[in-house]
Design a protein around this ligand. Structure first.
Ligand SMILES: [Zn+2]
Length: 287
């Protein structure tokens, strides 16, 4: 599963300026980078629309999305109104059911993490019935726009002001947990012990895995967004490729060249064994 993270504003468009002169474009990027870290820990592929303070207009983002072809777009913002309004809300596309459920999960998770009012999942339309927000209106896949909290409300921002790094980390955890719950991916907090990691690698080396990294295989079967996902995202027929990763003990332990998704042992048929006897152990997912 691939997620595109649209980092709100940037460069000459800094969004709004909140309390203590904090700029929306800056904290959007900080939060998006933290979300990226969490996705990586969970073995979910992602792309940030920008990684520094540069112009990144909507048309450019839509072109990036077209090229990247993600399953989901997250558009990250901070809200502002009058210094008094507060809380967390998330917008979804009017016609896309999964977005409504996911927006509700993300809004509720972030609100409880920041201990702020949950304003919930919302849809905002133009008079002609199309989605009001351009990113949601023109995005070719499900998209959720998160208004993390109100940048001009001192109470909303106190967490980010008092303990900045920790708050970004916790907020990103809440968002990624909500996504994992929606897409039936087992959430990993990234704290697997070194003994567990050692066990995973040594099991691969003793050859309990039916297929080894480097083996040429034929795939016929379902593809999963992560090694422990409950629901398949798609399937592949007669895919001729090479095993690149093995995750011991996972429900769908194999991944192959091109990262199509994770697969069951039953979905693979050996074409030719790797020349090096499978000694090349690649990274294990979800460490
Ligand atoms: Zn914004």
């Amino acid at each position: 599963m691939k997620i595109f993270i649209s980092v709100g504003h940037g460069g000459s468009d800094f969004g709004t300026v909140g309390i203590n002169g904090i700029r929306e474009s800056d904290i959007n990027l900080e939060l998006c980078e933290a979300i990226g870290e969490r996705l990586k820990i969970n073995g979910i592929e992602y792309m940030l629309s920008r990684t520094s303070d540069v112009d990144n207009p909507r048309a450019e983002k839509l072109a990036q999305i077209e090229k990247y072809n993600p399953a989901l777009v997250l558009d990250i913002h901070f809200n502002s109104r009058n210094g008094v309004a507060g809380g967390v809300e998330a917008y979804y596309q009017n016609k896309i059911a999964i977005g409504k459920v996911l927006a509700a999960k993300i809004s509720s998770a972030v609100a409880s993490c920041l201990k702020l009012r949950n304003r919930g999942a919302k849809v905002k339309l133009l008079s002609d019935g199309r989605d009001y927000f351009g990113m949601l209106r023109n995005c070719p896949c499900p998209a959720v726009l998160l208004e993390t909290c109100f940048i001009d409300n001192a109470n909303d921002m106190k967490n980010f002001m008092n303990n900045r790094a920790e708050t970004f980390k916790r907020t990103s955890e809440a968002i990624v947990k909500a996504i994992c719950s929606q897409y039936k991916i087992k959430y990993q907090d990234g704290t697997a012990s070194s003994e567990e990691k050692g066990r995973i690698l040594s099991t691969v080396q003793t050859g309990r895995a039916k297929f080894k990294v480097g083996d040429r295989v034929l795939i016929n079967g379902d593809l999963y967004a992560s090694a422990n996902a409950e629901k398949a995202l798609g399937s592949v027929k007669n895919g001729n490729t090479t095993v690149t990763r093995y995750s011991e003990g996972a429900r769908h332990p194999y991944n192959t060249m091109g990262d199509l998704g994770w697969m069951d042992e039953e979905s693979l048929t050996l074409i030719s064994s790797s020349e090096n006897g499978g000694e090349a152990i690649s990274e294990v997912e979800n460490r």
